[in-house]
Design a protein around this ligand. Structure first.
Ligand SMILES: Nc1ncnc2c1ncn2[C@@H]1O[C@H](COP(=O)(O)OP(=O)(O)OP(=O)(O)O)[C@@H](O)[C@H]1O
Length: 267
């Protein structure tokens, strides 16, 4: 039987007079790639920010791997098992690629501050293990040769890979990717698609916000479509792209490629 990784229901979020999310819910099974799409301003990022603890919701229930969790603080959410990347890349620009991934790994280790200050044997052994694991993850996402480069010197596409490696370092139940293809060229998008597929095949569960509808339709098992904070469709990519409300939402917003975008023909 399928195992549910994330189940959220009834999420609402209001900013002043604007209802950014109304009664939104998703259920994501282990091993799925789950897509979240919708025109600009639909509420996708707000939804991500709510489930990852950046925004406090006005209402809703949250369950991760069968246990209730309260998304009240980002580090609590990371510990509970959700890792995320950001639409605007957030790396430690002056740290090396390896160090950036090591930071992600530290939330799963135990020596603590005192061990770090005293540089105990346990601490040093742990650091070595963290560095080895970080290198493995850099290799895994395809940028192992840049381990000693400062993050800011990497190309845009490689910085996005580095963010993914850092997220994987926390051993997440769910990895949430916020527009991972933004700003990528066609070749980088193909590589990204391969990477996401590999992460899925290795048993991870992925939640994806993405403007590139073609990428979403090609990758996702299920998709939710938001429009003005409401969930207007949920289902397989094939179902969703035939849905009248979805086609209308994309046309109504005068979205780049209009109906073609909703039907997976965009970009
Ligand atoms: N911190 C905030 N304060 C006030 N309004 C906000 C805030 N964050 C988002 N909003 C508003 O909530 C609505 C949903 O925004 P959100 O960024 O979630 O949409 P989105 O679907 O991610 O859009 P895009 O595709 O453009 O990134 C928008 O009208 C936005 O202006």
């Amino acid at each position: 039987m399928a195992e549910t990784v994330l189940r959220v229901a009834g999420i609402s979020k209001r900013f002043g007079g604007l209802q950014a999310l109304s009664d939104v819910g998703v259920t994501i099974e282990r091993g799925q790639v789950y897509g979240l799409i919708g025109p600009n301003g639909a509420g996708k990022t707000t939804f991500f920010n709510v489930i990852t603890g950046l925004y406090t919701p006005d209402g809703g229930s949250f369950e991760l791997a069968g246990k209730p969790y309260r998304p009240t603080a980002v580090h609590e959410v990371a510990k509970a098992g959700i890792a995320r990347t950001f639409q605007n890349i957030r790396l430690f620009a002056d740290m090396t690629a390896l160090e950036n991934v090591m930071v992600g790994r530290h939330i799963r280790t135990g020596s603590g501050l005192l061990g770090a200050i005293l540089r105990t044997r346990k601490f040093r052994a742990e650091e070595d293990a963290i560095a080895r694991r970080a290198q493995e993850l850099l290799d895994y996402v395809g940028i192992g040769r840049y381990a000693d480069y400062k993050a800011r010197t990497l190309s845009y596409g490689d910085q996005r890979r580095l963010e993914i490696a850092r997220a994987l370092a926390t051993d997440p139940q769910l990895i949430a990717l916020d527009e991972p293809a933004a700003g990528m060229n066609a070749t980088e998008k193909v590589q990204l698609r391969e990477l996401i597929n590999r992460i899925r095949h290795d048993g991870r569960t992925i939640l994806l916000i993405e403007h590139d509808v073609k990428l979403v339709m090609g990758l996702c098992d299920r998709v939710t479509v938001l429009d003005y904070g409401k969930q207007i469709a949920e289902g397989t990519p094939a179902d969703v792209q035939r849905n009248e409300k979805v086609i209308e939402a994309y046309l109504g917003h005068g979205h780049g490629t209009g109906a073609a975008a909703a039907q997976g023909g965009g970009h």
